[in-house]
Write a protein that binds this ligand. Structure first.
Ligand code: PHE
Length: 454
């Protein structure tokens, strides 16, 4: 066990609360906004298959490692990594893994808040009925006009970042526990309603086929990398969010079962989102490659067409805001915990500081959708570049290193004690995956993409 160490930031009241909070972190825009759009850009079935494989073979073992490190170190990822490295007699340089996570957290939060802002705006746009009786083309056009207006984007981005900062400043427990308890199940139910609607749209089987029938000719090096990146992004892995949540977990909870549950729920939500969206894409003869705007171009059509659509539409986007909110909080928490630990700041100041920095970076992202759109690198605007560098590069890299630390740098005994899987086949399976399978797989995918690039 964690040698009786306690976190100065508090502890979850039960294992169940940890599951809710970690699921709240995992389930977010990544599942409902990002999964369908990257699936659409990478050709469907084969991409989904690689994604599912990555969740099972890489995601679950790395998540176990991350929770384990957090619970043993009981501090922000930077300090946890430093403490554990010292304890195991390893290099202090491991703390830079925590630093990379902090950086990735900032960068992800910056564009995440912009997209959450779109979601917030769509609550009102659907509520006002602006899509009623409008053609599919006009719905797409409305989205492009909206993201082409930096002032409006800035307003929504600011509101969302303020919302996230306020919750983190109040401590993870009081704000977050309440939010996830009701909102996550509600979102899940509403997704089922959406899938039910999609079922009646005539193109359901085409949507299912697109999602689950692999066409391996579509599987490029980029697609494989993006599938892996999406697995990390969706499970909140590789940057310390799950590590810090693990640091608030009681030492009696079983890490293995808990992790499998979280990963399964996260994956189910993503698949449901795909089932809700692609049948409508095909029913209206639209292209799956709608880019980051995909759900904002598709879902309003569905809501305009269904009975009670305004009600369901408002509710859906509202729940999506909450799902994004509980994820954004986990992006801020590692940074805020570190500022509190190392700089003696109080939570309110630390949250405000971190929030403002991420907000500033987010402004560059939202400008890159309009006035700065001509500045590109590798054919990507700033928004897509940050998204690519964090989700597809930094998170998998962070993940490899977490696995290497857990598998190669910690003593076998420490991990046996901390994981609580016993010393049988389950433990050995985990150790084999983090020691050999995940580092080799992630390195190969990254190298493969690099040689494609240059
Ligand atoms: N997992 C979150 C989502 O799917 C995003 C996230 C990524 C949160 C990384 C924390 C860390 O929306």
């Amino acid at each position: 066990m964690a040698q009786g160490r306690k976190s100065i930031h508090g502890q979850w009241s039960s294992r169940w609360v940890f599951i809710l909070a970690a699921t709240g972190s995992a389930v977010g825009l990544g599942n409902i906004w990002r999964f369908p759009y990257v699936t659409g850009e990478n050709g469907g079935g084969a991409f989904v298959l690689v994604y599912l494989l990555c969740v099972a073979v890489i995601g679950v073992p790395i998540m176990m490692a991350e929770v384990m490190l957090g619970r043993r170190g009981r501090q922000s990822p930077i300090n946890t990594m430093r403490t554990l490295a010292e304890e195991e007699g390893r290099s202090r340089a491991w703390q830079y893994l925590g630093w990379m996570g902090v950086l990735a957290g900032f960068a992800i939060l910056s564009f995440y808040s912009v997209v959450a802002g779109w979601t917030l705006a769509y609550v009102f746009r659907i509520g006002a009925g602006i899509f009623d009786g409008v053609s599919a083309e006009a719905v797409s056009g409305a989205f492009d006009a909206f993201t082409g207006d930096p002032e409006r984007l800035l307003a929504w981005h600011t509101i969302f970042m303020a919302m996230s900062t306020v919750v983190v400043s109040r401590g993870v427990k009081s704000g977050l526990e309440k939010a996830v308890r009701f909102l996550m199940p509600a979102l899940f139910l509403l997704l089922l309603v959406m899938v039910g609607y999609a079922l009646g749209q005539g193109a359901f089987s085409q949507g299912v086929e697109y999602l689950f029938k692999p066409d391996f000719s579509e599987l490029t090096a980029s697609a494989v990398l993006e599938a892996m990146g999406q697995a990390f992004f969706s499970l909140s892995l590789g940057m310390g969010a799950i590590m810090i949540y693990g640091s608030y977990l009681s030492e009696h909870a079983s890490i293995g079962r808990t992790t499998v549950m979280i990963a399964a729920m996260d994956t189910l939500v993503a698949v449901l989102a795909g089932l809700a969206i692609f049948p409508i894409v095909f029913a209206y003869g639209l292209a799956p490659q709608g880019g980051p705007g995909l759900i904002f171009k598709i879902l309003p059509i569905a809501f305009a067409g269904m009975p009670g659509g305004a009600f369901f539409g408002v509710l859906f986007f509202l729940l999506l805001v909450f799902a994004g909110w509980t994820s954004a909080i986990s992006l801020l928490e590692p940074i805020v915990a570190w500022l509190v630990e190392n700089h003696g700041m109080n939570r309110v100041k630390a949250s405000a500081l971190a929030g403002i920095l991420a907000w500033l970076l987010g402004i560059a992202s939202l400008l890159s959708l309009s006035v700065w759109s001509e500045y590109t690198l590798f054919d990507k605007n700033f928004f897509s570049l940050v998204e690519f560098l964090t989700a597809d590069i930094m998170l998998p890299l962070g993940g490899v290193l977490i696995g290497v630390f857990a598998g190669w740098q910690m003593s076998r005994q420490s991990t046996v004690d901390e994981l609580g899987l016993g010393d049988g086949v389950l433990y050995r399976g985990w150790r084999f995956l983090v020691r050999y399978v995940t580092p080799v797989a992630i390195t190969l995918v990254l190298l493969n993409k690099m040689f494609d690039l240059f």
